[in-house]
Design a protein around this ligand. Structure first.
Ligand code: SF4
Length: 210
């Protein structure tokens, strides 16, 4: 990837998504952490539907930590993998209260010590809540960065490290959101909108169907 093409990517993403926003709804710090955990293998839209019910029925961390497991399961059932995710909701709420003074911690080590919280979730939370430069790699970021020849890998950690070398630290949080939105609305997994894409010149056509 040449410097010129990297700049072209940044300029185009800035043009398409000037002020990119996280599309998960939340009003409290712990709600974001739980919403991101719930978003694994499903859509933000689906998560927003179930968290609307969950966070209004159990509107404090205390209430959420004491919510009956079966009720959490029923509420989040539409997003799939609900047995495990419901247990994660309970465990995260309890951990936040008992180990972190009811605050979402600010380090990878602490975040990833909670059930269901991996590197991607921790990166999203650190960037979104605390503006700590982070580059979360999800399915959209994997696909888009390979198509744009920024990386040649399907390993999230490798991709994260490579992107961090290519782009300036102060742009990581913005760039993560832009790549996600680009993958969600334009460079879609199936039928990407290539005829109207300014990056077609150097796109990896072999990767388009992936
Ligand atoms: S040309 Fe198509 S596949 Fe390539 S980056 Fe643009 S939308 Fe994605």
């Amino acid at each position: 990837m040449t410097k010129k093409n990297t700049l072209k990517i940044e300029e185009y993403l800035d043009f398409l998504f000037k002020n990119p926003k996280c599309e998960l709804n939340y009003s409290k710090d712990y709600e974001l952490l739980i919403a991101v955990m719930l978003s694994a293998q499903t859509t933000d839209k689906g998560v927003n539907k179930v968290t609307k019910v969950l966070f209004s029925k159990y509107d404090t961390l205390e209430k959420l930590s004491k919510a009956p497991l079966n009720d959490i399961k029923q509420i989040i059932k539409p997003i799939g993998n609900y047995n495990k995710k419901a247990l994660n909701v309970k465990n995260i709420s309890k951990d936040l209260i008992e180990r972190f003074n009811s605050k979402v911690p600010r380090t990878h080590l602490e975040l990833e010590s909670m059930s269901g919280v991996g590197r991607k979730t921790a990166n999203v939370v650190l960037g979104e809540l605390y503006d700590i430069p982070s580059l979360a790699v999800d399915t959209h970021v994997i696909r888009v960065s390979n198509r744009l020849r920024l990386v040649n890998s399907s390993n999230p950690l490798e991709i994260e490290n490579k992107l961090k070398k290519i782009f300036k630290k102060e742009n990581w949080n913005k760039l993560h959101k832009q790549l996600v939105l680009f993958g969600r609305y334009k460079c879609k997994a199936i039928k990407p909108d290539c005829s109207d894409c300014k990056l077609e010149d150097f796109c990896n056509k072999d990767y388009i169907k992936k």
